[in-house]
Design a binder for this molecule. Structure first.
Ligand code: M6R
Length: 620
């Protein structure tokens, strides 16, 4: 996601900040900026939308800015479109000259609207749409109100804000100091002779030092030339151990994982939580889904006659899952279509219908065309999109953003998982607004969603077993994934994960459909992977598995803990925790992603860059 670099030392800061930011480009960004404090104590700020090259050009590769202390940032838009105004650093005033505090931030401030309202009442004015500007102004507010040291002003801010952040700020009247704070968003401090660095990720500073301190949650840091001090939120000093980085840059970018795909698999709990927090508001007594940011009025939700979902690849699979959940909870008919088909089949759309386009990139050519087709027919459109400011996000009537962060591996994992969450959120809210579920059920479903991230962490503990299984089947030729209803939707995704990165031929079938033709393909040793998470359909799928076993198939199964009788039928079982059946896909997909990944690894392939595939398919 976003990247932070800060420097205080004796050399000019700007070239060092730019160099550091370029090492964070792999994280994805849409704009960048830096602030340098010059010898007169003034801040100079330069920002640019688009690639870092723009910032290099605007600053003559940093040579145009003079000052030995500064902060830099690459932004991946979450609040407000990608633009120069929304790019960081953000200032405490409306003009750099009148600003006493300047800062950059990674993460999401969930209650930023509440804080903004408070600050507006206190006379603050805002120039951007970002939560970061609110954060910087809040530090300024406490700093001035209590006339306290920076550490206290930051601590007071930390107490008031909810969400995740890595924050780096400079105070005009504290020359030669950079202050930083962190909660749930990584941050490190690097030290070398007479120089101190701050960064959101190791690669940014590896060229300059390998000696770092890891800032922990709810800690505050003060950087000075060649030294750093750390404090608790109560301003108590903390002793920290200097750690030597032994990785190379490439490994550091991947956070120690061999491939980005594995890193992104592990980012799923966080991505899900961020997506939930972006639309679920806690009013103290209860949690409620708040779609006011999406803009879809309750009256429109009540009047929806039919939902059409159009998407491609994994996004289409997420749509398949959404279909089952929305129909079951909200009782609205849903039709899911491949965007490439939808666009050309002259669809007949009900004027009270809602067309939902799902896309990670927001730039997939077929999905854009499907969106335009729907708009041309005068039907309301809602986009579930990961990239802020993308074409689909800009053109749709309503946008529900997934907060997966930038996804680098071609095979999607965390974006798909957040698309599932977006589908659940729509299903629950539509059901509630349309009177299909009461307050108790509503609260139950929301609490089940919040339980998913920890359950996914639990599944990661079974990785070794899945790796062993993938190694056993390293030479597999044909794999069939079967399941019913939601388990079928997840099987489609499991099969795509396997084929796109391991090149093993695999197909997904609705389990009941096998005997209408495909069962003729099953022979001695064919691998059949079954997904069984829907209690009502458990026995039905077991029957279909038995039909395959009779014909010589090797059976593997993904099911929930407790269903141990599955071992009478399947030779290999991967268990996942239990959740409400509507949301089990978020758990059962994890072992399937891992299986695809480990098979790719066992075959010596590049899991991040599979042959013939592009991350964003911008052509037909
Ligand atoms: O960016 P989009 O979500 O619109 O992309 C759609 C598909 O191209 C994408 O999901 C593709 O299937 C992935 N490579 C699957 O891992």
């Amino acid at each position: 996601m976003c990247g932070i670099v800060g420097f205080v030392g004796r050399r000019d800061a700007a070239p060092i900040l730019l160099e550091g930011l370029s090492k964070l480009e792999y994280r994805g960004y849409d704009s960048a900026g830096l602030a340098v404090r010059d010898s007169t104590g003034n801040f100079e700020v330069v920002k640019a939308k688009g690639k870092l090259k723009e910032l290099f050009d605007k600053t003559d590769s940093g040579k145009a800015l003079h000052g030995t202390m500064g902060i830099g940032h690459t932004r991946w838009a979450t609040h407000g479109e990608p633009s120069e105004t929304n790019a960081h650093p953000h200032i405490s005033g409306m003009d750099v000259k009148d600003s006493d505090i300047i800062g950059v931030h990674n993460g999401i401030i969930e209650n930023y609207m509440e804080m903004k309202t408070k600050l507006l009442r206190k006379g603050y004015k805002f120039y951007s749409d970002t939560d970061t500007e609110v954060l910087v102004k809040l530090v300024d507010y406490y700093y001035k109100k209590y006339k306290c040291p920076p550490c206290e002003a930051i601590a007071k801010t930390m107490v008031r804000v909810k969400g995740s952040y890595a924050l780096a700020v400079m105070f005009k009247d504290h020359p030669d100091e950079i202050w930083a704070a962190r909660k749930d968003s990584p941050m490190i401090v690097g030290i070398s002779d007479n120089e101190t660095f701050i960064a959101s990720d190791v690669p940014a500073i590896l060229k300059y030092t390998r000696n770092v301190y890891y800032v922990d949650n709810m800690e505050i840091a003060c950087l000075k030339e060649g030294s750093a001090e750390f404090f608790t939120i109560d301003s108590e000093p903390i002793e920290k151990e200097l750690v030597e980085i032994t990785w190379d840059t490439e490994a550091a970018e991947k956070g120690g994982y061999e491939y980005f795909m594995m890193k992104e698999i592990h980012e799923q709990p966080r991505a899900i939580l961020d997506t939930l927090n972006s639309v679920i508001k806690d009013d103290g007594d209860s949690k409620k889904i708040d779609f006011s940011g999406i803009g879809i009025p309750d009256e429109d939700i009540k009047n929806i006659s039919q939902i059409y979902i159009a998407a491609c690849g994994s996004a289409w699979h997420a749509g398949m899952a959404a279909q089952y959940v929305i129909e079951d909870l909200a009782r609205v008919p849903v039709r899911v279509e491949l965007a490439s088909e939808f666009r050309y089949r002259k669809p007949i759309l009900d004027k009270n219908g809602l067309v939902i386009i799902i896309s990670q990139s927001g730039e997939t050519a077929d999905s854009i065309a499907a969106l335009r087709e729907a708009k041309e027919k005068g039907v309301k459109t809602l986009a579930i999109v990961n990239v802020v400011g993308s074409t689909i996000a800009r053109e749709a009537d309503y946008v529900l953003y997934t907060l997966a962060g930038p996804e680098i591996a071609v095979a999607t994992t965390k974006a798909y998982s957040t698309q599932l969450i977006a589908g659940y959120l729509l299903a629950i809210q539509f059901a509630y607004v349309r009177g299909m579920i009461d307050d108790e059920k509503y609260a139950y479903y929301i609490s089940e969603l919040y339980a998913l991230p920890d359950k996914i962490e639990k599944i990661f503990e079974t990785k070794d077993k899945l790796q062993w299984f993938a190694a056993k089947f390293v030479n597999v030729h044909d794999v069939f994934f079967i399941g019913r209803n939601l388990d079928y939707a997840v099987s489609l995704e499991g099969s795509l994960k396997m084929k796109e990165i391991s090149y093993a031929h695999s197909e997904a079938y609705a389990a009941g459909e096998l005997k209408h033709g495909t069962i003729s393909m099953i022979e001695g040793g064919t691998l059949v992977i079954s997904v069984l998470t829907q209690p009502e359909l458990f026995d039905k799928t077991i029957s279909n598995m038995s039909e395959c076993k009779t014909r010589g198939a090797y059976l593997a199964a993904i099911t929930a803990y407790g269903h141990y009788d599955i071992e009478d039928t399947a030779s290999f079982v991967s268990y996942v925790p239990t959740a409400d059946p509507h949301f089990m896909g978020s758990l059962s997909v994890i072992p399937l992603q891992l299986l695809g990944y480990y098979l790719s690894l066992a075959r010596g392939l590049d899991a991040d860059k599979p042959r013939n595939l592009a991350k964003s398919v911008t052509v037909e």
